[in-house]
Design a protein around this ligand. Structure first.
Ligand code: HEM
Length: 205
């Protein structure tokens, strides 16, 4: 039964559903926090977390399908492109809320961030935009498989580091930030394990 459900929610339908959930949840978070700057902060925090969830799903999809082939992991691998695009959308909402906060309350904005954050986060956004733009058959074919692999490998790992830094620096404020850092560590370990397994399968007997 779960297989039937997951089979009907695939590819572009999945992306449409995720887009509706992300925009609806962001509007609700803004409204529940009574709008204004607090509402924008709620949207920034919410989308940082939805982005991490979607990023992790796309990041481990192929590794999990290799290590543990089963219907759910194959579903994850088949839909990793749409999960990646949903991550880009979620982080796009993060950016819109950041820009609105900076315009509405510059004093608060500069208490929450630094120029260094903007430069390193800006580079992450350049990668996200380039990766999203090349996540369609035509654009992927246009840049070619070598450039595509280089862009997506570098971008993905840069974003992984960005999440480690963004969550890691908040650990002194709350131990809960150890959870995302731990999940990111496990995700990287899964990818390395899958790579090692693929390597050992290819090695001559
Ligand atoms: C120009 C780039 C960026 C700026 C200016 C920025 C700004 C902010 C601000 C102001 C907050 C704090 C909101 C609050 O506490 O009320 C925040 C939270 C956060 N951001 Fe961003 N951000 C940027 C890019 C990124 C990127 C690229 C990532 C990760 C890939 C990221 C991940 C996070 C995380 C994990 C949080 C913590 C959310 C939580 O409390 O759970 N940000 N960001």
């Amino acid at each position: 039964m779960p297989t039937l459900v997951s089979r009907s929610i695939e590819h572009w339908r999945l992306l449409g559903m995720l887009a509706a959930i992300l925009t609806g949840a962001s509007a609700a978070a803004y409204g529940l926090a009574a709008g204004d700057s607090e509402g924008l902060r709620a949207v920034i925090r919410l989308t940082a977390r939805t982005s991490l969830t979607l990023f992790l799903m796309a990041f481990v999809a192929s590794a999990l399908a290799r290590l543990q082939p089963a219907a759910p992991t194959r579903w994850l691998r088949r839909n990793r492109r749409q999960l990646g695009l949903a991550f880009a959308l979620s982080h796009g909402i993060h950016l819109v809320a950041i820009v609105l906060l900076a315009r509405r309350d510059p004093l608060l904005f500069w208490q929450l961030t630094t120029l260094g954050n903007i430069v390193s986060g800006g580079l992450a956004y350049l990668f996200i935009a380039a990766m999203a733009a090349t996540s369609f058959d035509r654009s992927a074919a246009w840049i070619g498989p070598r450039a595509w692999r280089l862009l997506h490998w570098t971008g993905t790992h840069y974003i992984w580091i960005s999440f480690i830094v963004a969550n890691g620096k908040r650990i002194p404020a709350s131990g809960w930030y150890l959870v995302p850092v731990g999940l990111l560590g496990i995700a990287l370990a899964l990818r390395l394990a899958a790579k090692l397994r693929a390597g050992s399968r290819q090695a001559p007997a």
